[in-house]
Design a protein around this ligand. Sequence first.
Ligand SMILES: [Zn+2]
Length: 282
Amino acid sequence: MPELPEVECTRRGLAPWLESRHIRALVVRNRRLRWLIPRGLEERLAGTQVTALERRGKYLLMRTRAGTALMHLGMSGRMRVLTADTAPDRHDHFDLLLETVKTDPKSVAGSDICIRFTDPRRFGCLLWAGHDPQTHRLLRDLGPEPLLDEFSGEYLWRKARGRTVAIKLFVMNAAVVVGVGNIYASEALFRARIDPRRATGRISRRDMDELAAAVRAVLGEAIIAGGTTLRDFYNGAGEPGYFGRHLCVYDRADQPCRCCGTPVRHIVQGQRSTYFCPGCQR
Ligand SMILES: [Zn+2]
């Protein structure tokens, strides 16, 4: 499943192909994604200019002069940059056709650019969020971005007062902070040396500082690692995936901790796998 780093890498890969270009057309082949692609979106987008491609949590926000379209990759979605004459496949649900510009590579000259959304499981979405996307129902209750200053140990500590939920479930809650998926939560708690089962409200301010720093570090490193796969975004792969990520505990049950040698433990919390080192994490 694409996590925040993959979505951010997708954003960085697509931005140069979208920003400041005019949309020739939106071509929808299948409206039935997680939610229906709204009827009339084709008319809204045709001819308008894209001003920016932004990210909020795991949503991509395509800002245009007509308003903002909201996209999500769901469980299995990806977006690739192709030329418009590339034949679609059965899981290719929509295309955004864009004008070419002078600086495009020779291989695309003369053809429209096609940003193609492929999603076998159809949990992704393409919705319209108008001129004030932050108030859209999917975005308005989201917690802060983990890579921005609004997210800190102090913020976590304040938010945690009186909460008895296990810390791992707390950091994975998008209303607390967005984009900390299952893998990153296990890895960040390992780096911060915090037992994932601990009651959130009893964790010290100092440990929350460690945790906030660890969340930023694991997400930041995954984004940097993913950046190396972006060279070929055009005609590409469009699939940043789980690029050569160095995992300390995730999916390493019973293997020795890289730090102290204690076997890594696997437990289930909130129906999700958690991995931790009983030697390092307290
Ligand atoms: Zn250890």
